[in-house]
Design a protein around this ligand. Structure first.
Ligand SMILES: O=C(O)CCC(=O)C(=O)O
Length: 303
C-alpha cells in the first residue's frame, strides 16, 4: 500500500524512481528459509501467519537503514507524513528505496525473505516488488486505516506476500492487526488516504469501501497480537489489515518487503497506483503482462 500524498505538502521528494542497479543481485545466492509446512498451510488458509523471531538478526541493520530514511525524508522516494498537522507524534512512511539504502539492499538481496516469499506463495519463482518502511512515534494517535494492499497496486494475482518485520515491541492494541480469511472474499476495496481514512480512486466501479471493521469487531475473525522486534508477519496483498487509534506510548517501527509470485501480472487500475510506474513503462505495457525483471528482479527460484 501507499499512504497517498495528499497531506501538508511535505511529501515532495527530490529523488526520481528509476530502475535499480542490479549489480551483485543473484537469486542463486539467496539463503534458504526452512519453512514449517504447517505455517504455509496457515498462511494459505488465513491469508496471514506470524513467524516469531524470524528476522531478529536483522533488526539492528534495518533500524539503521530506517534512520537514514526518516532523518532525511526528502532524499528518499515517496516520503509521506500522515499525522494530522499539530497532532502529537508522527506517522511517517517511505518506500522504493532499497537500491539507495545499503541496509535495505542487503536485507532484500541477502536475507531469506525471498525464499520465504517463494515457499509461502507456493511459487516456482518470486520477483521483488518493493520495500516499505513505517514509523509511528510516541504520542501518535493516528490509526492505520483498515485496507488491503492489492487495490493500491499496479499488479493483480493470488500468489502475493508482504513480509512485515516488527522493529519495536508493540502491544496487541497498537500492533498491526489482520482480518483472517479476507484474502479469499473475492473483494477489492478502495484504497484509502492514511491521514483520514477517506477513499480515493472512487471512480473505480470494481471496488467498494472497506467495511467498518473497528465498529463491528465481533463480525470479523481478527488476528491481534503483540509483536517483538524481529517477529515477522506474512500476509497476502488481499488481506485486510489496519490498527486502532490507541495512543502510542513507545516508538513503533516496521519494515515490509513485497513479493510477486507465479501468477502475478501487471494490472491497469483507474487512478493512482503505488508505486506510480513511470510512463516509459506503462506506455508499453497492458494488463496481463509480466512485470519487467529489470525493475522487479527475480530474487528466488525453486531450488
Ligand atoms: O504497520 C502499520 O501500521 C501498517 C503496515 C502496512 O499497512 C503494511 O505493511 O502493508
Amino acid at each position: 500500500m501507499q499512504a497517498q500524498d495528499t497531506n501538508d505538502g511535505f511529501n515532495a521528494s527530490t529523488v526520481p524512481w528509476t530502475a535499480p542497479d542490479l549489480a551483485g543481485v543473484d537469486n542463486a545466492t539467496v539463503p534458504d528459509y526452512a519453512a514449517d509446512p504447517a505455517d504455509i498451510d496457515t498462511f494459505q488458509r488465513d491469508g496471514v501467519v506470524v513467524l516469531r523471531g524470524a528476522f531478529t538478526d536483522w533488526v539492528d541493520a534495518l533500524r539503521a537503514g530506517q534512520e537514514r530514511n526518516i532523518e532525511n525524508p526528502e532524499s528518499y522516494r515517496f516520503p509521506c507524513e500522515s499525522n494530522p498537522t499539530g497532532a502529537p507524534g508522527r506517522f511517517f512512511d517511505s518506500y522504493c528505496n532499497w537500491d539507495l539504502i545499503p541496509e535495505y539492499r542487503n536485507y532484500v538481496t541477502r536475507s531469506c525473505a525471498a525464499s520465504m516469499a517463494g515457499q509461502f506463495t507456493r511459487s516456482t519463482a518470486v520477483q521483488f516488488f518493493h520495500e516499505h518502511a513505517f514509523f509511528k512515534e510516541p504520542g501518535t494517535q493516528c490509526a492505520t486505516p483498515w485496507h488491503q494492499d492489492l487495490s493500491y497496486y499496479c499488479v493483480d494475482g493470488t500468489q502475493t506476500v508482504s513480509v512485515y518485520v516488527a522493529l519495536d515491541h508493540a502491544e496487541a492494541d497498537v500492533a498491526v492487526r489482520f482480518v483472517k480469511g479476507s484474502h479469499v472474499w473475492n473483494k477489492l476495496y478502495r484504497p484509502r488516504v492514511f491521514m483520514d481514512g477517506s477513499d480515493y480512486n472512487t471512480e473505480d466501479a470494481v471496488t467498494e469501501s472497506v467495511p467498518d471493521i473497528s465498529g463491528n469487531p465481533e463480525d470479523y475473525d481478527i488476528l491481534a497480537t503483540a509483536l517483538e522486534p524481529g517477529d515477522t508477519v506474512l500476509f497476502d496483498f488481499r488481506t485486510l489489515h489496519g490498527t486502532t487509534d490507541t495512543l502510542l506510548k513507545n516508538r513503533r517501527r516496521a519494515f515490509t518487503t513485497r513479493w510477486l509470485g507465479d501468477d502475478v501480472r501487471y494490472c491497469v487500475r483507474p487512478g493512482d497506483t503505488s508505486p506510480p510506474l513511470p510512463e516509459s513503462m506503462t506506455g508499453t505495457m497492458a494488463t496481463g503482462d509480466a512485470m519487467p525483471v529489470d525493475w522487479f528482479p527475480v530474487m528466488w527460484r525453486t531450488p
